[in-house]
Design a protein around this ligand. Structure first.
Ligand code: PLP
Length: 445
């Protein structure tokens, strides 16, 4: 299958933002919700592969893919072709009530991944948060229990159910409560906190023991819990990969206590780890996977993928007007076609990017850690003298890199997430590392 890798280069030819960008930003300011973040002054006009042109004709290399969404890159011919064809046929019919071939095909594809889960049933939604809400409802419906557990550092969305699980930054929750009752949070074992003398695997098992001793013994009996929601690799919380023993331990805990294990793979899924889902990478089978972000290469679509034995809700109990929209389904089927063929390259190129970033840390000691599989790489920045996170420096780095034509995005306290389009090759990686090196040098100066 063709992919749209090419030998484009970043090119900055105006001040940033340029005059056309500035005019749009000024108009935007008049109406945009003040809740929007707007990391830097990128006014996107068109994209190709891993590159985005702004309205003033400046070209940027994108190492964040619109927050891990543009999985096949911009304007991938196979995805564009599928979308164009769907647009010409039928845009919408409501997948809750009627059928389209693309909806069925997408479910067939999603049902074929993570074979460890056995036979599956699938519900299609529009966004990540909608998939999480649906998974929460399904877990309650199926188990007849009400409680949920998730983890500090976890991000599961911004609607009130999903937000009740989210515990990555207080600004997401402040003033929005009360949240749904019956949600408890556990400690997510970040390997950088592993005490000396303890292996990472022991550290992962200790986190499981802490759940038993602190949550189950003191706060909520396991028989109250419908589901444990966990990002197998935390995204927004800082691109943190837990020890394998933690995820395996969660599986055992859930089996023992009749709790459903939900992997929120909204960020880690659709090839990002070099495997279709992180569940395959870790070889741990959850009961439910939630997906969204990269699934439609940028068209809105989400999914709840559940074991057949778990998706037991009855006719009419859950639905969605736009969920599984025909154009989004066509984009998702084509996206998965492409990603299926890219998996070995993602592993290889991801390892290459990781190595290049690790090499850079010898020159720039502010790079404290480079971690994560495939193209889900976190580069953590810390003050080399104090070991403390450096959020202001991270924000400055984003701005400097932007001015050099490199799009970066932070997460956690001061981690840069490298989540490029999955078609990113060595050409793009070499450019990214060169521009990153120059940007870091400028910060120090
Ligand atoms: C792991 C995870 N879950 C859920 C969400 C929410 O997805 P959406 O923004 O599509 O509602 C996100 C978004 O960043 C995410 O990273």
């Amino acid at each position: 299958m063709m992919n749209n890798k090419n030998a484009l280069e970043p090119m900055i030819k105006t001040e940033l933002p340029g005059p056309l960008g500035r005019a749009i930003i000024a108009r935007d300011a008049a109406f945009a919700s003040p809740s929007l973040i707007k990391e830097y002054a990128l006014v996107a006009d068109r994209g190709q592969g891993c590159f985005i042109d702004d309205v003033d004709g400046n070209r940027f290399l994108d190492m964040m893919a619109g927050i891990a969404v543009s999985s096949t890159g911009y304007a991938h011919p196979h995805v564009m072709g599928a979308v164009k064809e769907a647009i010409e046929r039928v845009w919408h019919i409501c997948g809750t009530d009627f059928y389209t071939e693309a909806y069925t095909r997408l479910m067939e594809k999603l049902g074929s991944y993570v074979p460890q889960m056995g036979q599956k049933k699938i519900f299609l939604a529009n966004t990540g948060t909608e998939a999480i809400e649906g998974a929460m409802k399904l877990a309650r419906y199926h188990t007849k229990r009400k409680g949920f557990m998730s983890f500090y550092g976890g991000f599961h969305g911004r609607t009130l159910g999903a937000l009740s699980l989210t515990a990555s930054k207080v600004k997401y929750r402040d003033h929005f409560g009360p949240f749904i009752p019956g949600v408890v949070h556990g400690k997510f074992p970040n390997p950088t906190d592993c005490p000396k003398g303890m292996t990472e695997e022991e550290f992962g098992l200790k986190a499981i023991e802490d759940i038993r001793r602190t949550i189950f013994d003191r706060v909520m009996a396991p028989t109250e819990l419908a589901a444990i929601f966990v990002e197998p690799i935390q995204g927004e919380g800082g691109y943190v990969t837990p020890p394998l023993s933690f995820l395996k331990g969660l599986r055992e805990l859930c089996d023992e206590e009749g709790i459903l294990l939900v992997f929120d793979e909204i960020q880690s899924g659709v090839g990002r780890t070099g495997h279709m889902f992180a569940a395959e990478y870790f070889d741990v089978a959850p009961d439910i996977i939630t997906s969204a972000k990269g699934l439609g290469s940028g068209l809105p679509i989400g999914a709840i993928i559940a074991k057949d034995s778990v998706m037991t809700w009855g006719r009419g109990t859950h639905g969605s007007t736009f969920g599984g929209n025909n154009v989004s389904c066509a984009a998702a089927v084509a996206t998965l076609d492409v990603v299926e063929t890219l998996l070995p390259e993602i592993r290889e190129n991801g390892a290459y990017l990781s190595k290049r970033l690790k090499d850079l840390s010898t020159k720039h000691p502010v790079i404290a850690d480079v971690r994560g599989p495939g193209f889900m790489i976190g580069m953590e920045l810390r003050d080399p003298a104090t070991g403390r996170p450096v959020p202001e420096m991270m924000a400055e780095l984003e701005q400097i890199a932007f001015r050099k034509g490199l799009l970066l995005l932070g997460c956690g306290q001061s981690t840069i997430r490298f989540a490029p389009p999955l078609v990113c090759g060595k050409h793009e990686i070499d450019i990214a590392v060169r521009l990153l090196d120059a940007s870091l040098s400028q910060i120090k100066a």
